[in-house]
Design a protein. Sequence first.
Length: 133
Amino acid sequence: MKIPVKAVCSECMVTNFTKLSYDQKELECPACGHKLPNFPESELSEMEVTVKKQRLNGIIALVCFVVALVGFGYWFMNGWSPNPEVSAWVSGHSLSEDAQSNETASMIVMFIGFLGTLIFAILSSTKRYVIEF
Ligand SMILES: [Zn+2]
């Protein structure tokens, strides 16, 4: 697996986004050609674990977002309309206590979904490897 990192060259201070891999012998600055030997395998595998966790968090954030959208869609279909008759027509059944509690439930689902999206999106982007070489 390749590990995405942000690399800053210590010679010319140019920042570039690159990928580290195990079989790579050295890092090279694309601007000035400054070279540094690649990281030891233990450090690379540590980075790899972190990157994989971030990717997982990113996937969870996406799932939460879908859940939020479903909640939103359900809420929209069930109770959004300012005119209860239109709302009842859209949802295909008359407004009842059932529809009311459905509306509350879908709002909760939407809220939790967006909250989850936010949390996991932050988690998936907290630690980005910045290396200076
Ligand atoms: Zn450089």
